[in-house]
Design a protein around this ligand. Sequence first.
Ligand code: PLP
Length: 434
Amino acid sequence: MPAGGGPRSRRAFRRAERHLVGGVDSPVRSFRAVGGTPVFFARGRGPYLWDVDGRRYVDLVGSWGAAILGHAPPAVVLAVRATAGRGLSFGAPSVLEHELAERIRSAVPTVDRLRFVSSGTEAVMSAVRVARGFTGRARVVKFAGGYHGHSDGLLARAGSGVATAAIADSAGVPPSVVADTVVLPYNDLAAARRRFEEIGPTIAAVVVEPVAANMNLVPPAPGFLRGIGRLAADAGALVIADEVITGFRLRRGAVHPEYGLRADLVTFGKVIGGGMPVGAYGGRGEVMETVAPLGPVYQAGTLAGNPVSMAAGAATLDALTPSLYRRLERTSRDLAAAWTERAVAAGVPDFHLARVGSLLGVVFGPGSPRTYDDAVAVDRLRYARFFHALLREGVYLPPSPLETTFVSAATGPAAVDAVVRAVARAFRGMGRGA
Ligand SMILES: *Cc1c(COP(=O)(O)O)cnc(C)c1O
């Protein structure tokens, strides 16, 4: 299997391994799923990243979707610099928090109140606590392949790095902690209906990614989300729409209403922090009023609502205009079309490219997955070969076949051409039947 990073990256990785667990701070950054050693990056600008060996890549990871404007967008960098110069953290209120909250609320009318935290994990973990506190019930329904951060109770049949590492449940999570987590198959309304008939009145919340983007890319089947929303409402359970990836990426605001899903709570992260650590959860007033200091559900954070994160988020949301979303959609559509065309031209069998807006699902296998079982059955070896072929051509894909590929708004015609040329060469190199 090819090396991955160049000589400086390899040296950096050997040093990192002496100090950091596995040389990385998040497992999916390691190249375990594709082989070789990770690329170490020195800087980014627009659609490009440069590694420590001076090689340039078109970045199709974009910090797992956070970098929707590309790298180091000038307006965001300016806001971060100005804010940092006035103090990095107060541990007390600043106007930047409600200024970002106003932007989010004006785009998501169903959110009456919200709370900022420092990561998507915290956002979903807190939303689950609120749902349990509000309903007085314990059980939480999630879907196989849905990733909702690494809080204990949600690490059952989770996608993303958990799936890549092939651990269905993490060690260190006692059975008692996941005893109240009910895992159902995604896109299977009949299975959900049966389970709700059995245990409906004990369910506090259903947590769902409106578009599953942590088991490669799995769009919701027609009617699935609407049906889930109905089941939850009939059972008196809350719906938590986990929009940490989809929020402000597929449109300005939340995407779940477009699929007919009514959510009581919504979680955000990634894009709303513009590359700085951030998460947020919010929802109906009567539900959010159970959170301290107004109510009995405790949730706090030393760095929550951090001024630099808030400023980066506000500057990012200000750049997300209707014309930017239109451009991002066009770029993503054109890239996906050209990519598919090159696969057909090269006679590559069993290649599929799914797309929802600027989210792409790159799959070698019998078809684009509809469930977690489909997603884990993809041809991982062929993905790894394709990943390394593209890496050599200067395109950085997610280093795992179970992740989504992200297009940024900074991806202009030159970057699109570079990707399409790289894809064509990679497919030719893989040959017929590859
Ligand atoms: C990334 C992600 C999370 C976790 O966010 P972190 O900031 O990594 O803690 C939660 N839910 C979804 C859908 C995500 O994609």
